[in-house]
Design a protein around this ligand. Structure first.
Ligand SMILES: [Zn+2]
Length: 301
């Protein structure tokens, strides 16, 4: 029987689940996806139990699994598998050995991966970026996440933390970022920054107003897209990626994001032909994180 892998994507509201099957060759098959509530307010032990319970019930239907991957919304010690920072989940998470506790509960080897890196792995392997071996994944949400695929592999770098696209400085004296630095791309281009500058309640509303020609919304969205373009051009220059896959809620604005972003990126790219750089909307929707986690589970052995 072909080997199957479980993916669990831990979010503040939902835990998303995916099952993939290694059918040989480059592209695994996605067999199943689902979600349950995280109930994050109950704290780390409860969230761990939710992860193990949904993993076990998925195994009853689709198992046995050879390995599992756990996608998490924050930073962790890649070697120890312990949590370092979960900005959006309440509770004493610092130092919590989530990877090993979930792995023991499931009884299978379990990997841990940042959710934006899982998004990148999924979109690059079975999603919009399939076929590219050098890809940047970007998630535009409450924050700005990212991941870099080099020669078909998502790279964690020396500390397992590489790909933090949103924490490159793009404005030397810019606003303070949640990470402690000033002028990070995230600090100037995240959804709430766009909404504040446009005078509306969220980034989706800002793009809608921009589409209707509202001057403040047009200014706010174009400024954010100019910063994003700087970030993308930096990655093109440094890493040599040929594909950018963009995900997150505001991508529902489609051409209102992609067209001005395309022009701004073209202006910044000088060393290669800008036409060689493909910028795409993500294809897997909310399932990308769980599928990417399952793909990360394939490298547990
Ligand atoms: Zn930052």
């Amino acid at each position: 029987m072909a080997e199957r892998y479980l993916g669990l994507d831990l979010g503040g509201t939902n835990i998303k689940v995916a099952v993939i099957e290694d059918v040989g060759g480059d592209t695994p098959k996605v067999l199943h996806d689902d979600k349950v509530r995280t109930q994050a307010a109950h704290g780390p032990d409860h969230v761990r139990d939710r992860l193990v319970d949904v993993g076990r019930s998925t195994a009853e239907q689709f198992g046995p699994f050879t390995g599992a991957g756990l996608g998490v919304p924050g930073l962790f010690d890649a070697e120890a598998g312990t949590i370092e920072l979960f900005p959006n989940l309440p509770g004493p998470w610092d130092g919590y050995p989530l990877r090993d506790l979930v792995g023991e509960g499931l009884g299978i080897p379990t990997n841990i991966i940042n959710d934006a890196r899982a998004f990148t792995l999924a979109e690059g392997t079975v999603g919009a970026g399939q076929g590219s071996r050098f890809m940047l994944g970007v998630t535009l949400g409450t924050g700005i996440g990212g991941g870099i695929m080099i020669d078909g592999q998502v790279h964690g770098g020396a500390f397992g933390t590489a790909g933090e696209f949103g924490h490159q400085t793009v404005e030397p004296d810019g606003p303070l970022c949640g990470c402690g630095n000033r002028g990070c791309l995230e600090a100037v281009a995240k959804g709430s920054a766009i909404a504040l500058a446009a005078g509306v309640k969220n980034a989706e509303a800002a793009y809608k107003a921009a589409g209707e020609g509202d001057p403040a919304a047009l200014r706010a969205t174009h400024e954010a897209l100019d910063y994003l373009a700087i970030g993308i051009a930096n990655v093109v220059a440094l890493v040599g990626i040929d594909t950018v896959v963009m995900g997150g809620g505001i991508m529902s604005a489609g051409a209102l994001v992609l067209d001005p972003l395309r022009s701004a990126v073209d202006e910044r790219i000088t060393l290669v032909d800008p036409a060689e750089i493909t910028i795409l909307k993500a294809a897997l929707g909310g399932k990308a994180g769980a599928i990417g986690a399952a793909l990360a589970g394939m490298s547990t052995h």
